[in-house]
Write a protein that binds this ligand. Structure first.
Ligand code: NAP
Ligand code: SF4
Length: 675
């Protein structure tokens, strides 16, 4: 008897039966554009072997003008079809099924040739789109149909027509982009014409025995977005036009409400999909922030959908379904919703991967195989770098001892997990705990490893992490001055008015921690919706709450500072930085750049501005919290070096600048695979 009866139940699509209700949602990997098709094939084959019911590829453009950026992958030539054939063959050999997403970016295309319903520039692209004429619209529809036919020729089991997230098709549906007065604009019947025509022509091009998923924007989260009546009307028409499945899209890319970040509650939008259940007779898929089999199962058991889409969780763990089936859910590497190695990479033109699983998209480069010679390995430091190297080395058959002077594993991750909105880090630390136990790592907590204790090992890895940087501000020894560790780990009492020194990732996190009291909105969906202004699309267009965001009063008055004269938070994640900045602004955090820290006394923090140290000012506060960055903890590494002991130094102990869990885990796994 499985724990996930709804999730693992087959889904009958008439001409084909999917083995379970799990869809691997579309994720752009960046591999297709690099032309290494063996690597693309291995990425998907690995996930097919993991037992997922159906996969959707990253977006493939129907034509040049619809590509997300110039040169975006398309399916244009016999050579392209042959390349895609490598992928579908490998997936089918592995027992999987795969659909190709057709993505036309419209005005979101990052190039001068972009096209849309009307020449309305998007706030997230510098390029105004050209308005399509009748002939131009016909070309776009024809290109969708041709691309679908080529996908079939390339061996795909289906296509997904991307109709949400504010891309091309979505742009025709809403009046804030579609200003047309011809048969493609004006009334909703006219604005719906494009998706319906595309669906009819795609169905005609591929025949009946081919899956067509239509991804439909069920809550636009932008002004003048669709009403839910319009969503239902469109869904029924899309079904009539030939779709096999309707997938859920949540929010346009230009929406100012987070939809997938870690601070979004789990399954936060399943209630939106549930509204469509019973309104169409084809299966409906839900998505967004579903990252464990338990959450996926409960969403299905509650009748929110017929199937669940998870995209990033399959970067984190290709064996998600297999492990759930085998009762090994605790071994599933959790997607923590950070975007750091997936979407942040995509938007920086880098290959996507995963913070938790650096092997994602690097399957052919990082290969973890049984070691030829079994070695005795000592790892010092049970933070993300040390845990990663220890479990990878142990998995290969090495005998690994892991030391940490603390009483628990996790290192800096334990600070992240207490921040409201970062609760997912609990799951990450728990997963590391499960994996080191499973791989047989011998764990020595409360043990400060000395050079003597490390004698007799074949390999020594130093992953001792970092210590806070000393900012040397006169008065910093006073009792009203705390370090971020005192606040996040030590449970220090913090007064009502706080000055935070340093606006890096930790300064932002500490500020977030200090302005919240009571339940984290991430753990309380209604509270979260209220804070960000998410309303019911049945009551308000686009699902934007009538009164806008309604944040609860901050628990403290916080001033966040940095010495650089730039805007604060510029160095935070590309796709999540705006959320951290917006969240603190909602809580009235004052952000001040370009300061010099003069001294701290009983009244608070004395600062001045600019090189000439002008306009002195006192930031009156009860406490000053130091978040001035970190330096490598190299004590043990230096001692070993002095004794001539060769050691591998990784993570923060090697380089504190830009230290983060992504680099630490990547280094740990790569070293573990090479020892
Ligand atoms: P950080 O990002 O390097 O930021 C350090 C901050 O301290 C900067 O604002 C810096 O700004 C300031 N600073 C540097 N030297 C100073 C000095 N001598 N006196 C006073 N201020 C000084 O370091 P962090 O905030 O400790 O974060 C460490 C790492 O953890 C980050 O790199 C990040 O990758 C990771 N992290 C990430 C997140 C996330 O949200 N993704 C969250 C937490 C941690 P000025 O030099 O302008 O004053
Ligand atoms: Fe999930 Fe972060 Fe990995 Fe992306 S990088 S898949 S958000 S854990």
């Amino acid at each position: 008897m499985t724990n996930y009866p709804h999730l693992l139940k087959p889904l009958d699509l008439r001409h084909v039966t999917l083995k379970n209700r799990v869809l691997m949602g579309s994720m752009h990997t960046g591999l297709e554009e690099r032309g290494d098709w063996d690597r693309v094939a291995e990425y998907y084959a690995e996930r097919a072997r993991g037992g997922v019911g159906l996969m959707v590829t990253g977006g493939i453009a129907p034509n040049e003008e619809g590509g997300v950026f110039p040169g975006a992958a398309g399916l244009y030539t016999p050579e392209d079809i042959a390349n895609h054939r490598k992928v579908t063959d490998r997936v089918h050999e592995a027992g999987g099924r795969i659909a190709m997403q057709i993505l036309h970016a419209g005005r979101y295309a990052y190039g001068p040739n972009c096209v849309s319903a009307s020449p309305v520039k998007s706030p997230i692209s510098p390029f105004p789109p050209k308005e399509l004429d009748e002939e131009g619209i016909e070309k776009q529809i024809a290109d969708f149909a041709t691309t679908a036919a080529r996908a079939r020729e390339a061996g795909y089991d289906g296509v997904e027509v991307m109709g949400s997230e504010g891309y091309f098709i979505n742009q025709f549906l809403v009046t804030h982009v579609n200003k047309r007065t011809d048969r493609w604009g004006g009334s909703y019947e006219n604005r719906m014409r494009l998706p319906i025509e595309i669906m009819k022509r795609v169905r005609a091009a591929v025949g009946e025995d081919f899956i067509i998923i239509y991804r439909l924007s069920m809550i636009d989260l932008v002004p003048d977005g669709s009403t839910f009546d319009e969503v239902v009307q469109l869904a029924r028409e899309i079904e009539k036009a030939g779709a096999s499945i309707i997938n859920t899209g949540i929010g346009w890319h230009e929406a100012r409400i987070p939809t997938i970040a870690t601070s979004v509650p789990r399954a936060a939008f399943a209630w939106v999909t549930k509204k469509l259940m019973g309104k169409v007779s084809i299966p409906v898929i839900t998505s967004n922030r579903i990252n464990t089999p338990e959450v996926a199962e409960s969403v299905l058991a509650e009748g929110c959908a017929d199937m669940v889409s998870m995209a990033r969780p399959f970067l984190a763990d290709p064996d998600f379904v297999k492990k759930a089936e085998e009762g090994r859910a605790a071994e599933i590497a959790p997607c923590i919703g950070c975007n750091q190695a997936c979407l942040d990479h995509t938007f920086s033109g880098k290959i996507s991967s995963c913070l938790v699983n650096p092997k994602a998209c690097f399957e052919t480069e990082i290969v973890v195989e049984p070691a030829a010679t079994k070695k005795k390995v000592a790892v010092v430091g049970a933070g993300p770098a040390g845990l990663s190297v220890a479990m990878t080395a142990a998995e290969r058959g090495h005998v690994v001892k892991l030391f940490d002077k603390a009483g628990e594993i996790g290192g800096q991750l334990n600070m992240a997990k207490v921040i409201p909105g970062k609760e997912e880090f609990h799951g990450l630390v728990d997963w590391f705990g499960t994996m080191i136990a499973k791989t047989g790592v011998e764990l020595r907590l409360n043990t400060e490893a000395t050079a003597e204790m490390l004698e007799g090992f074949d390999e020594v890895v130093v992953a001792t992490g970092v210590t806070p940087r000393d900012p040397q501000i006169p008065g910093q020894e006073r009792e009203n001055v705390l370090s971020y560790i005192d606040v996040l780990r030590g449970g220090a009492e913090v007064g009502q008015r706080v000055a935070v020194i340093g606006a890096g990732g930790i300064g932002f996190d500490v500020s977030e921690y200090l302005v919240h009291a009571g339940e984290s909105p991430t753990e309380d969906l209604e509270l979260w919706k209220e804070e960000w202004g998410v309303g019911d699309p049945e009551e308000t267009r686009g699902g934007l709450a009538k009164g806008g965001p309604h944040p609860h009063a901050p628990a403290r008055q916080v001033t966040l500072m940095q010495r650089k004269a730039k805007a604060l938070g510029k160095g935070l994640g590309k796709t999540t930085g705006w959320i951290h900045r917006a969240a603190l602004k909602m809580k009235g955090v004052e952000m001040v750049g370009g300061v010099n820290y003069e001294k701290i006394d009983e009244t608070g923090l004395h600062v001045s501005f600019g090189e000439a140290r002008e306009t002195p000012k006192v930031i009156e506060c009860d406490n000053v919290v130091l978040c001035a960055g970190q330096v490598s903890e190299r004590g043990l590494a230096d001692t070993l070096e002095a004794k001539g002991v060769k050691a591998h130094v990784i993570g923060g102990a090697e380089l504190a600048a830009e230290l983060d869990a992504k680099r630490a885990i990547d280094q740990g796994v790569r070293l573990g695979a090479a020892l």
